[in-house]
Design a protein around this ligand. Structure first.
Ligand SMILES: [Zn+2]
Length: 299
């Protein structure tokens, strides 16, 4: 059975000159299609979520501010991307993609979203390029719709999943696991259910050992019905915003370890791209493509 891959041309928004490579969403899709890892028939396009859906993880006041374009200068400064109605629409659409990936994962064991992973968004504000927390909204929608109550977030972006940790702090049904560079953004790291803060320049071997040490145990103890995997490309050794030292092969082995661990425990997994700011944009695209190649190979 083919790997469901969720993607939409509407994800790319003009944010001007910026370290965030908006065009990666298109470039990853085009490379995977060109090489035959996926076919046009594997691609599924999402519908946007509604304001009611977004309010499952965000305050009514914050959603109203976004809807009316009333974010203050201070709020836009914290967000670190320029607000526009186009950005709002793209994020509503991308959150729909995250939800669709989860729904397809529940049916098919694994689905990949060529987008998503905006883990720095809090209930009442966005920050660090993240306007709204797509994964948190999707988790709450799955619970609301009776599709899954127990969720696991495996956040392997180089940055701590602060927004996700804050949203689910008092929710025992959702286990948040973040493995990140300790001395990096965000300065304030509200506790996840398990935080593994790594030293600067942590290489492949110790990174993979830490993953093997923690993930199988988390899965066995929490027994999730669905896992969301934030497969950030920014633990890469040549990332502009990251300070770990994983090689491209190490990142590929990271992905394989996550997929194998979840498959062995029969936990469906929805994959998000999350961050990636390699000096060469092509490396970011290649790391994300590797995640999809490994996912396709697990089937
Ligand atoms: Zn990141």
């Amino acid at each position: 059975m083919p790997l469901p891959v969720i993607s939409h041309p509407g994800y790319a928004v003009d944010i001007g000159p910026h370290v965030f490579p908006m065009e990666k969403y298109r470039l990853v899709r085009e490379r995977l299609l060109a090489e035959g890892t996926i076919t046009a028939e594997d691609l599924v396009q999402p519908e946007p979520v509604t304001d009611d859906d977004v309010r499952l993880a965000h305050t009514a006041e914050f959603v109203r501010k976004i809807r009316e374009g009333r974010l203050s200068m201070a709020e836009q400064f914290t967000l670190e991307v320029p607000y526009s109605p186009a950005l709002r629409d793209a994020m509503w659409l991308m959150t729909g993609g995250t939800l669709l990936a989860a729904r397809l994962a529940i049916e098919r064991q694994i689905a990949v979203h060529l987008g998503g992973g905006f883990h720095h968004a809090f209930p009442d504000h966005g920050e660090g390029f993240c306007l709204v927390n797509d994964v948190a909204i999707a988790i709450r929608m799955l619970a609301r719709d009776g599709l899954a109550q127990r969720a696991l977030v495996v956040d392997l972006d180089v940055h701590h999943g602060n927004g996700t940790a804050a949203i689910f702090r008092d929710e025992p049904t959702v286990f948040t696991f973040s493995m990140h560079q300790e001395r990096n953004y965000p300065a304030w790291k509200p506790p996840s259910d398990l935080d593994v803060g790594l030293d600067d320049r942590t290489p492949d071997a110790s990174y993979l050992a830490a993953l093997e040490r923690h993930l199988p145990d988390i899965v066995a103890r929490h027994r999730p019905e669905i896992a969301f995997y934030l497969a950030g490309a920014d633990p890469f050794e040549r990332d502009q915003l990251g300070g770990l030292a994983l090689s491209m092969d190490g990142l590929r082995r990271r992905d394989a370890t996550v997929f194998r661990t979840l498959r062995e425990a029969a936990v469906p997994v929805a994959v998000m791209l999350a961050g990636g700011y390699a000096v060469r944009e092509d490396d970011t695209v290649e790391i994300h493509c590797n995640t999809v190649r490994v996912a396709a190979g697990t089937r």
